[in-house]
Ligand binder design. Structure first.
Ligand code: IMP
Ligand code: MG
Length: 183
């Protein structure tokens, strides 16, 4: 185990099971859709989860990427999202989008992004997250697909970072406080 990790919260086996379960649910839910299914990966944290998830979905899928960040506290409207890399498509009305996120914390990023994509004319927009910290919510938001609900701890690995480090760990672990405290 990495020396900066206090405890493994979701190990490789559990992550595989989560991906299999969510992929099966998605395959079932979109089986009869006449639209194109688009998995929209939110960079950078969701890259690893997206790769594991997409190969288990038993339907044709397209993939795309966005890079976004939400503004800080006190902002609650659709306009309050920073888009660093946008979705460039002419066929918005023909796609069912599933936003793939690594973790939901305040809920701001996904609630703003969902609104934004609906405004842009997507046929449908749903959300899928590997991890959820509902105790941290600042806006009312529930994902459609959720891998695992976790307590209010700062976690890294399987795509998630602290200051761009730890993304390549094959598991999700709680980062030792001493790594980020006093910095
Ligand atoms: P929010 O739901 O808009 O507050 O933001 C979610 C984003 O915050 C995620 O996409 C992550 O980039 C980041 N984040 C929240 N909690 C954690 C964590 O425990 N570890 C790493 N990144 C986190
Ligand atoms: Mg993120």
């Amino acid at each position: 185990m990495n020396k900066d990790i206090e405890e493994i919260l979701v190990d490789e086996e559990e992550i595989s099971e989560i991906c299999r379960r969510i992929a099966a649910d998605i395959s079932e839910d979109y089986r009869n859709s006449e639209k194109k299914l688009l998995l929209l990966c939110i960079l950078k944290g969701s890259v690893v989860f997206m790769g594991e998830l997409m190969k288990r979905i038993d339907l044709p899928v397209e993939i795309d990427f966005m890079k976004v960040s939400s503004y800080g506290a006190g902002t609650a409207t659709t306009g309050n999202i920073n888009i660093h890399l946008d979705l460039q498509r002419r066929d918005m009305k023909d796609i069912d989008i599933i936003i793939v996120e690594d973790i939901i914390d305040s809920g701001r990023t996904l609630s703003h992004l969902t609104e934004y994509l609906r405004m842009k004319g997507a046929h449908s927009v749903r959300t899928c997250t590997l991890l959820d910290k509902p105790s941290r919510r600042e806006v009312d938001f529930e994902p459609d697909y959720c891998g695992k609900v976790i307590p209010d701890k700062f976690v890294v690995g399987f795509g998630l970072d602290y200051d761009e480090a730890y993304r390549a760990l094959p598991y999700v672990g709680i980062l030792k406080r001493e790594v980020y405290e006093g910095k």
